[in-house]
Design a protein around this ligand. Structure first.
Ligand SMILES: Nc1ncnc2c1ncn2[C@@H]1O[C@H](COP(=O)(O)OP(=O)(O)OP(=O)(O)O)[C@@H](O)[C@H]1O
Length: 276
């Protein structure tokens, strides 16, 4: 039987002919950075960086201050264009040709270190705002979400553990709850890759444990990249760990293997990577 136009041909659980506009993950990877170099006044913040992320994996990125972690995230989200190199989303989509807002729309969601929720809106309205693609709080008060959108809002709130606080003003949430809400706002945009920058800075031990559970649960359906200095947290969630140094990958593998790597120990001034 002929397949419908635009429908992908599924072989096993792999997509052989990706739907136009969708990433081709036939080889299992969702993101490829190839020889990416980005300089600031001649200083190479990224220096022929090569990095591949598997579709659905949870990757931790560590590295000393100035290693290029934020600059790498700027490139992946389209915030900065590199001087040279290639970035592919799946095997087929050239990310560098896309605008930042296109990348944010369903491809890569980025959570900055400090939470930026709308404090005068309720928890549910914060999610609704991003789900409806509204940029200003007053717009959400005028907009009407459909029953399907309400269901999606509830799903997101359940995922982030804030369904019981849906009518609460975001301004009175704890620091950890605000961080989860912001992750929920990103989830509402359904990103294939979720980049999370130092998610547990300032969190209590209990909040940290719940954040670990949340991020681990989000991987699989999407790819989760956690940039983190706090090694206690990395230890809780780590699968594959990438160590950046001077704009390149210094080491990659299990946490144990990178922590015992002599090059990594040298970069961390003779100690195993520890929290700053
Ligand atoms: N806008 C800029 N202008 C000039 N130099 C910059 C700029 N942004 C970053 N750099 C430099 O590029 C290098 C990499 O910076 P980046 O912020 O990517 O590192 P990082 O690994 O995120 O560090 P940290 O862990 O401290 O946040 C640093 O030496 C930094 O000083």
């Amino acid at each position: 039987m002929l397949s419908a136009p635009n429908e992908s041909e599924i072989i096993g659980d792999r997509v052989a002919n990706p739907i136009p506009g969708q990433p081709d993950v036939t080889h299992g990877a969702i993101l490829y950075l190839e020889d990416v170099t980005l300089s600031f006044d001649g200083f190479k913040a990224l220096n022929k960086l090569n990095l591949t992320l598997d579709d659905g994996e949870l990757r931790c990125i560590i590295g000393p201050n100035g290693a290029g972690k934020s600059t790498m995230m700027d490139v992946i989200t389209g915030r900065r264009k590199p001087d040279s190199g290639q970035v592919f989303f799946g095997q087929n989509i050239e990310l560098l040709k896309l605008a930042e807002h296109d990348i944010a729309n369903g491809m890569v969601g980025r959570k900055f270190q400090r939470p930026t929720v709308f404090e005068a809106l309720t928890v549910a309205e914060n999610i609704e705002l991003t789900l409806l693609g509204k940029r200003a709080p007053w717009q959400v008060l005028k907009a009407r979400s459909t029953p399907a959108e309400q269901t999606r809002i509830d799903e997101v709130l359940t995922t982030i553990g804030l369904i019981g606080l849906r009518h609460q003003l975001a301004g009175i949430l704890s620091h950890g709850q605000k961080q989860w809400l912001e992750i929920g706002m990103l989830l509402a945009q359904n990103p294939r890759i979720l980049l999370v920058d130092e998610p547990v800075a300032g969190m209590t031990g209990e909040e940290m444990a719940r954040t670990a559970e949340l991020l681990v649960s989000l991987a699989g359906e999407r790819t989760v990249v956690v940039v983190e200095h706090d090694m206690a947290f990395v230890r809780k969630i780590a699968r594959t760990v990438t160590v950046l140094h001077q704009g390149s990958v210094l080491a990659e593998g299990s946490l144990g293997s990178v922590q015992s790597n002599p090059k990594v120990i040298e970069v961390y001034l003779g100690e195993t990577p520890c929290s700053h």
